[in-house]
Write a protein that binds this ligand. Structure first.
Ligand code: HEM
Length: 191
């Protein structure tokens, strides 16, 4: 099983060049909010006790996640949705699968990002500018959800192929895929 080409995914999501242009127009408004978004996002996730336990399990983890999330969030508005963009999203999906975060937990979290951004845009934009902005935001978040979901499918398939049962397949497959990626990049670097 392989990743679908990015063009096929963009077409499936209905993500068009005008959505990319719209997101770039939102960039000056949205980039400065990255840290505030990260704080609100993890505050929301932390309201669930088991998620809170996972996020605060290791010292320094949640602080590292603020930075990771901010980078992810800023890229939404950078206007480039190519193979390299997809690669970062696939990897994020696989990292979550390895930590046992289920896709059914990631999807509502993406919804929360939409809700937080909506709150801000309702306040910052003129009423006429809102519909195209929200359409573009919805498209890019759907694209990200699709890419992360694809990596769960790949991780599950890899886990099953390597003898895991249905329950543990995403986690074990993710471990295997990340190991492969590490070996590949060590090989490319000549390490
Ligand atoms: C919109 C949804 C989410 C985004 C954009 C996001 C973003 C990220 C990013 C960028 C990373 C770093 C990936 C890497 O190392 O390459 C990460 C790691 C992680 N995320 Fe998320 N996340 C989301 C939802 C969640 C949820 C719902 C949970 C828990 C239920 C969660 C728990 C974690 C954990 C445990 C890690 C690994 C932390 C570590 O490196 O020690 N994330 N996330």
């Amino acid at each position: 099983m392989e990743h679908d080409p990015v063009d096929a995914l963009l077409a499936r999501v209905g993500f068009r060049p005008e959505h990319a242009e719209q997101l770039v127009r939102l960039r000056p408004l949205m980039h400065p909010l990255a840290h505030e978004m990260a704080l609100a996002f993890y505050d929301h996730l932390g309201q669930d006790p088991s998620t809170r336990a996972l996020l605060w399990k290791e010292p320094g983890r949640v602080e590292r996640l603020y930075g990771n999330f901010e980078q992810w969030y800023r890229q939404l508005f950078d206007g480039v949705y190519d193979e390299a963009y997809a690669e970062t999203r696939w990897r994020i999906g696989v990292v979550h699968a390895r930590h046992g975060v289920r896709i059914s937990a990631l999807i509502p979290a993406v919804g929360q990002v939409y809700a937080l951004a909506l709150e801000h845009l309702l306040f910052a934009l003129r009423p006429l500018d809102l519909p195209p902005a929200l359409e573009a935001l919805n498209k890019v978040l759907t694209l990200d959800t699709t890419l992360m979901a694809e990596s769960y499918e790949l991780a599950t398939a890899a886990g099953l192929e390597h003898g895991a049962d249905w329950e543990t397949a995403p986690q074990q497959g993710a471990e295997w895929l990340l190991g492969q990626a590490k070996r590949r990049s060590a090989f490319v670097r000549g390490g």
